[in-house]
Design a protein around this ligand. Sequence first.
Ligand code: CLR
Length: 264
Amino acid sequence: MSGSEMGIRPFDPESSFFSYPTSLHIEELSASIVRSHRETTQYRPEELQALRWKVFSREEIHAYQSKSVDEMWQHCAVRLTDAVQYVVEFAKRIPGFRQLCQNDQIALLKSGSMEVVLVRMSRMFNTENNTVFFDGKFAGTELFKSLACGDLIAAVFDFAHNLCALRLTEQQMAVFTALVLLNADRPCLEDRDRVQRARRDLELALNHILHRDNQESLLHKLYQRVPVLKSLCALHIEKLRWFRQLYPLTVHSLFPPLYKELFG
Ligand code: CLR
């Protein structure tokens, strides 16, 4: 584990940011996370809204379905890695994340980056026709048929649908995804206390935002999704193991290095 694919270096002594959780501090923390989120998403909400009419044609869907299993896996692994790259950038801009040691940053990304991609997927989701913005247009589950993991795709779409239905604001999503990353219960952490301290302020920030938005009932609904996320990621890893057994060379030579560093 080097972290080189994520551009993570050991540095940053200042951790004073977390000393005084005043309400001004919580405001600033929320504002900073929202800014980081906005700067690290592939598409802004207005852009996605304007693209909703773009859906794949029958012929285009057929072309994806005609790809071989390994070709489609490689294609999706590249797309997924693009999305993960933005999440790594987001993580690095969460106050408190950079103050963690290099190993802990990597451990949090290994277990949390896919979870954040799946939460962010709900921003790219259209519940009216159950499609997600993928490869430049909106795609339904059938487009992913040649991956041969229909159960994973169905579960991921179901998750995105349900989360999308909660209609989170960008602010709520920003702080929630920061909380998904800064989870002190992840395996292989050296300094759990430090993660827990950074997390505590994020929890205050989420409470603060939901209180201000008069949407306190969302808190419970969001925390309810956390175990679902965990099971989806376990299923992703299981599918990858299956695929690697069938096509070891594809994974070895054609999958993005960052994908392998995080999930392989
Ligand atoms: C997530 C939001 C991003 C755009 C994006 C790109 C690739 C998509 C991903 C989203 C969601 C999850 C996804 C992935 C491609 C394959 C993957 C649909 C929409 C599923 C879960 C299959 C995982 C196994 C692969 C590694 C083959 O902004």
